[in-house]
Ligand binder design. Structure first.
Ligand code: AMP
Ligand code: ZN
Length: 120
């Protein structure tokens, strides 16, 4: 349920500090340490799951909660006109931390391009 070498498990347990936004039985939300937008926080399941490849039906409650809480937290954080949610998976998806996390990025102004199409 928890990986002793996982930085986000350590944040969930309180072993490593984080600027927490929200917590319930299923998920924890905290500010990204290297924000890439005026609003940039992460929402993670409290249970360790490395990637979306490793998801099972047992994760549905937490993953559903991650999406269900995003809008409220974004609005409360200053992103009232829209935001982006991103879940990076594996090396091709540039995943750095192997505990599933959903980025929520937004701000008062429209975001710059993040998902540009590669020119053919
Ligand atoms: P990625 O795995 O590429 O989707 O992104 C991992 C994200 O975790 C990056 O945006 C990091 O800035 C963020 N991050 C890494 N360590 C911490 C930490 N201790 N507290 C908050 N955010 C972190
Ligand atoms: Zn973990």
């Amino acid at each position: 349920m928890s990986d002793p070498n996982c930085i986000f498990c350590k944040i969930v347990s309180g072993e490593i500090p984080a600027k927490k936004l929200y917590e319930d039985a299923e998920v924890l939300a905290f500010h990204d340490i290297r924000p890439q937008a005026p609003v940039h926080f992460l929402v993670v399941p409290k249970t360790h799951v490395a990637t979306l490849y490793d998801a099972t039906p047992s994760h549905e409650a937490a993953f559903g909660r991650m999406l269900a809480i995003a809008g409220r937290l974004a609005r409360e954080s200053g992103a009232a006109e829209g935001f982006r949610t991103i879940v990076n998976t594996g090396p091709v998806g540039h995943q750095e931390v192997y505990h599933v996390h959903m980025h929520v990025l937004g701000g008062p102004e429209p975001l710059g391009p993040m998902l540009q199409r590669r020119k053919q």
